[in-house]
Design a protein. Sequence first.
Length: 438
Amino acid sequence: MTVRRASPWISQLERRRPVVALEGNEAADTVVVGGGIAGLATAFFVLRDTDRDVVLLEQGLVAHGATGHNAGQAVAALEGWFDEMAAELGEAEVMQGYREVLSGWDRLQDILTRLERPGDLLRVEGKVALSTPEAVRSLMNERAKWIAAGAPHMAMAVVKGALSDLPEGVKEVSEGEMMRVLRTIDRRYIAAVCMASGVLNAAVLTEALAEHLLVAYPKRFRLFERSAVRRARLGDEVAVTTDRGTVHGDNMVLCTNGYTDIEMQACEAPVYQGNVKGVVGFMAGRFGDGPDGAEAFFRGAEHGYYYLTRRQYAGRPFICIGGPEEELGADERYDAAKDYDPQAYEHIDAFARETLGDRDGWDMEWHGLMGYTPGGARLVGADPGSPSLLYNLGCNGIGLLASLAGGWKVAQLMRGTLFPHSMFDPSRLARDRIMRIV
Ligand SMILES: Cc1cc2nc3c(=O)[nH]c(=O)nc-3n(C[C@H](O)[C@H](O)[C@H](O)COP(=O)(O)OP(=O)(O)OC[C@H]3O[C@@H](n4cnc5c(N)ncnc54)[C@H](O)[C@@H]3O)c2cc1C
């Protein structure tokens, strides 16, 4: 089997729009930088919920960043253990952040309804599989916290005899049942938690959103691709400059997945190339069989974590697995065309063999960039030093619903809505004094 180094989600894009680059100067109330799901969702909610007009600038093409290179699973989760995040960011702030991510489901529904594309999201039952008693106890703690924050009920099952003290409401099952639930031949998993989940092609959705906004708001929305922002001057007004022109506006929203080498003038910007950790995530996919679903497997002994989704793709069942990651060096730039460590795909092979007994190889392999801001959480809202600079970024590995929720929140902030403190507030970086004065 020949493996294509290509993202299945980008392969499904059917672009009908010409590429229009910024040539000359423009003016808009809001300048959005970044044409991934975060940028288009931000533009959508600003256009829908305010009377502001929007110019969006994308350095490459819409949906070709992380939005086109992920696992395509919609799930309301935070990357990190609740207690650890609460110790660093505050318990109430983490609870609020989780509620915001959870609201991403409603925002996704808003967009699907507006685009008249309800079929773009396939609801599936998500399962998290755990292999050690310590991980099971930690996850029980997590589950209780998320339920307290408003998460829908999450059923949990544990293999008989695996835990000495079984909490109320947790179902005991045989090892065989557990393997059946998780659809694996691997006997190592002793517990599973179910959560609402969905699969989608985020690139197709984002491109559809771009097309829709151009048609629905011909006077209030302009989109320029192949227009990398080099410089931004901030103050009461903003001036956002590419190689071929400048957009003047009241404010600017950075939706650049955390990575930015934009030269910021007159601002205390907490996000810049040097303090965002770049992590490359690897994925492989193949046509196979079996019903749709989404499972995440935590393999305690080796601290490994893999995620597996199954969905219909081009009319056939498609299995896609991810997990291995590679951290980039401090000054290393991500190269979408580069062959990073081939061992990453070997790890995926090994996982597939142990989990599915599978020796079929892969039809497609791809990788994408995750940006981790200090503290690991995304940034949503205004810069503590320069209110005309707002953020909806800090992609990390579970960012689709969070990007939608962030876009909505940014639009409401522009309307003057006040929100409880959240772990995503950019002020956390000011508090930690992780700032650079340019
Ligand atoms: C391997 C992998 C698997 C993942 N799996 C999942 C998953 O299953 N579920 C989930 O919820 N999340 C997942 N994620 C995360 C998810 O993909 C991201 O959170 C989401 O796509 C981020 O969207 P974004 O718009 O912030 O970033 P991007 O899609 O990267 O968009 C940012 C855009 O900004 C542009 N840009 C940057 N700098 C400039 C500039 N100076 N001027 C103009 N434009 C600029 C870039 O070109 C890019 O198009 C995964 C990520 C990876 C890498």
